[in-house]
Write a protein that binds this ligand. Structure first.
Ligand code: NDP
Length: 254
């Protein structure tokens, strides 16, 4: 595995992801949008998943305008999606591509920044559903198409508040702690490394709508952009990380 410093400055070789099919959730905005564009530029065929079709269409148009591999759009709301929906997604990937080489679980919501004593049960359930349970279920249902790849990479998204508890981060922090634990558990169950690997990425403070919602008084220009943090994503989603499994990788060092 590359050193932390080499991961954040990783330069993907030309056509690094050519012939790879990569599904990205929350691909219409923020980090997910940057990841979709970066993967397409590196040669991947990207499946753009998310809840706002108009945003996914804008990313789709921009990929086509750059003459990159034709992406596909898969509208899905992770709050309400059921096992049936994920099985339909799997069947559609199988039919269209025959396999899945990369799965980036990027979509997430912040919930409310408030003491746990006051946290509403309804919001707690919603945050855990979108940030954790849906991702578990989607991964389970897509495992058959991932196992058809010779080298599949599953990447979950964590956060620094999912490593050390911090006041007022509520269900969001708990969901990210759970992601870290799920990645470790799942990765340690993998018997045939090289076929499917599972890691997580911590973007670090990044200039997006979610960050602005969490820190409204912060100067956004003091932060990395979503494009700045793409080297770690390209590393984890590409063949150079084939030996990396069960790791929590930082996309920036601040
Ligand atoms: P944004 O809020 O900018 O983007 C979140 C994306 O998730 C959007 O595309 C959104 O879709 C999608 N999404 C939200 N809810 C659902 C849902 N129910 N179904 C499907 N898609 C949904 O956030 P970021 O880009 O900042 O965050 C991306 C990931 O990075 C998250 O997991 C976040 O926790 C993590 N992260 C971000 C950090 C940062 O500083 N930005 C730091 C640490 C972690 P839509 O646009 O349609 O609402």
């Amino acid at each position: 595995m590359l050193s932390a410093k080499n991961i954040i400055s990783y330069k993907a070789p030309a056509n690094h992801l050519s012939d790879r099919v990569i599904l990205i959730t929350g691909a219409g905005d923020g980090i997910g949008k940057a990841a979709a564009l970066a993967c397409a530029k590196a040669g991947a065929t990207v499946i753009l998943a998310g809840r706002t079709t108009a945003k996914l269409e804008a990313v789709y148009t921009s990929i086509l305008a750059d003459n990159l591999a034709k992406p596909s759009i898969y509208p899905i709301d992770l709050e309400g999606a059921t096992e049936e929906d994920y099985l339909a997604l799997s069947a559609s990937i199988e039919q269209q591509f025959g396999r899945l080489d990369g799965l980036l679980h990027n979509a997430g919501i912040l919930g409310q920044r408030t003491p746990l004593n006051n946290y509403s049960m309804e919001l707690w359930n919603k945050v855990l559903q979108i940030n954790l349970t849906s991702q578990f279920q989607m991964t389970q249902c897509l495992m058959n198409v991932l196992e058809k790849s010779t080298d599949a990479s599953i990447v979950f998204t964590t956060s620094s508040v999912g490593k050390i508890g911090r006041a007022f981060w509520g269900a969001y922090a708990v969901s990210k702690f759970a992601i870290e634990g799920m990645v470790q558990t799942w990765a340690s169950e993998i018997e045939d490394l090289g076929s499917v690997r599972i890691n997580s990425i911590n973007p670090g403070g990044t200039r997006t709508n979610m960050r602005a919602q969490a820190f409204p008084a912060e100067n956004p220009y003091s932060l990395a952009t979503a494009e700045d943090i793409m080297p770690a994503y390209l590393y984890l989603l590409g063949p150079d990380s084939i030996e990396v499994n069960g790791q929590s990788i930082d996309a920036q060092i601040r």
